[in-house]
Ligand binder design. Structure first.
Ligand code: ADE
Length: 225
């Protein structure tokens, strides 16, 4: 999978791709991440990429032309499955969406500023808008990092244990059961005996029961979907 990220602030997210699972995925050539600084497509001495809003209003608006030029450059090289704009009024990100996106070959993710992008970008250039939740961030960069992390870990070969992505919380609309490790007892706090019983079938049944109970208490809305 190839992900091209278009942003005015590449430094805000580049670090998040240099560690842990994201680093391993790139080393294994399972994902390629390319950052494009929109300023490189800006105008004049100051590489201007935003301007005042027509009709007035607070804040600068990201211009369509540098964005279009950047996207056109990328499209000359390959076909993109989706051109995604990160925005609080996009479709709410969730596990099924991550599953779907993880099977794509090439995607562009455009990071913008809420209320700050020429509407024609959304109308004519973008194929999908994603929100990571009902709150407003200063820009789409951190939201893009969240989406990319959730997608990349689902690509076969990225996680060592093939089972672990499938047994994540939300994969079956249930929250994961609790997990424990050594020591068996800490400050008098013990691990549920069943987990040491060696009865695999009983352990699996216990885990399922725990998942259902947790979901009922913590996230009952998941059971209604
Ligand atoms: N940009 C600003 N806020 C955002 C959000 N909640 N989700 C996605 N992109 C955003």
């Amino acid at each position: 999978m190839r992900v091209d990220i278009i942003t005015l602030h590449p430094a805000l997210i580049e670090e998040s791709f240099k560690h842990s699972m994201m680093k391993r995925a790139q080393q294994r050539n399972l994902v390629e991440i390319h950052l494009h600084n929109l300023r490189d497509f800006g105008f004049g001495k100051h590489k201007q990429a935003d301007d005042y809003a027509f009709g007035g209003g607070a804040g600068m608006v990201m211009m369509i032309e540098p964005i279009d030029n950047c996207i056109e450059n990328l499209k000359k090289e390959r076909i993109y499955d989706e051109i995604i704009y990160m925005s609080p009024d996009g479709e709410e990100f969730c596990q099924p969406m991550a599953n779907k996106l993880s099977s794509l070959k090439n995607i562009i993710i455009l990071c913008g500023h809420y209320k700050g992008i020429d509407e024609r970008v959304r109308e004519y250039l973008v194929t999908k808008e994603i929100s990571i939740g009902n709150y407003v961030l200063t820009g789409g960069e951190l939201a893009a990092a969240v989406v990319i992390d959730a997608i990349v870990r689902l690509i076969p070969g990225v996680l060592n244990d093939a089972q672990s992505a499938l047994s994540d919380s939300f994969q079956d609309n249930l929250i994961s059961p609790p997990v424990y490790t050594k020591p068996f007892e800490y400050k008098g706090w013990t691990v549920p005996e069943i987990l040491l019983s060696g009865h695999q079938a009983k352990i699996e049944a216990w885990k399922m029961e725990q998942s259902i109970e947790r979901t009922k208490h913590r996230r009952p809305n998941l059971l209604k979907d």
